[in-house]
Design a protein around this ligand. Sequence first.
Ligand SMILES: [Zn+2]
Ligand SMILES: [Zn+2]
Length: 279
Amino acid sequence: MNSTKVKPRESKAINSNNNSKYCISCEFTGIIHNPHFEQLGTEPLAPCPKCVKTKCKCGGISPYYYNENGKILQCSCRETALKIQKIKSIYAKSGIDKKYRWKFINNYEVINKATEQAKNTAYNIIREFPNVKKGLFLWGNPGTGKTLLSSIILTELITRHGIDGKYIKISRTFFNRIKSTFNESSPTYGEADLIEREFAEVDLLVIDDFGVQRDSEWELETLYNLVDARYEALKFTIFTSNVNPSQSMKDKSHGRILSRIKEMCSIIELSGADYRDRL
Ligand SMILES: [Zn+2]
Ligand SMILES: [Zn+2]
């Protein structure tokens, strides 16, 4: 290396991974999110200005290499930049409702005791993941922010860990997609197994509106198989539902699925005031 470019010892320490762990801006991830990206016409995620951008020598331009004295070197921002690309591609295919996209835990407003408890539980999951033993079953009357909170947890986990996650509405995206594979003229004809496997194997899954399914033998069996496969593989799953799980346990058709869910999830009630007007 050219002697004029040699850095003093202290700056080497600042650049070490150990030190960047203490970045308050991005909480170890190297990535910050911009809540006003739509208004500003910018990107929802960006490399952290404190611990990544300060060391960047490529100007943040793909493919994230720079020229130093005729040598082409990999920029220290490259890893973060590639992670952001990966997150964006996972996110584009996640199925999260447009209205709830790129919302983070700070966007979830506490309006009563139930929302406070739910937010704390969500925050613990986000902070502790992947060392989280149980998923989440959020239930309560409509409009209490269940879809918002489950989307937030999914967004936080995808963003922090760069792992794959999906969001399904039980009737619209799950059963209807499988049913369309029974139709010979459908482009997904015969691919029911593939779709079932996709949702059974994805790292993170939100199953929204549990309990709205028609209780046909086929729907119950298909849903049980999905839940059971995720239970067996210890995959993190969040359910939202208008159904009170302790009441529905007595109901034969839901009972089998719910007893599985109880083993794999913490159950949180989110009832009370309507949350929807606050968005
Ligand atoms: Zn940082
Ligand atoms: Zn760079």
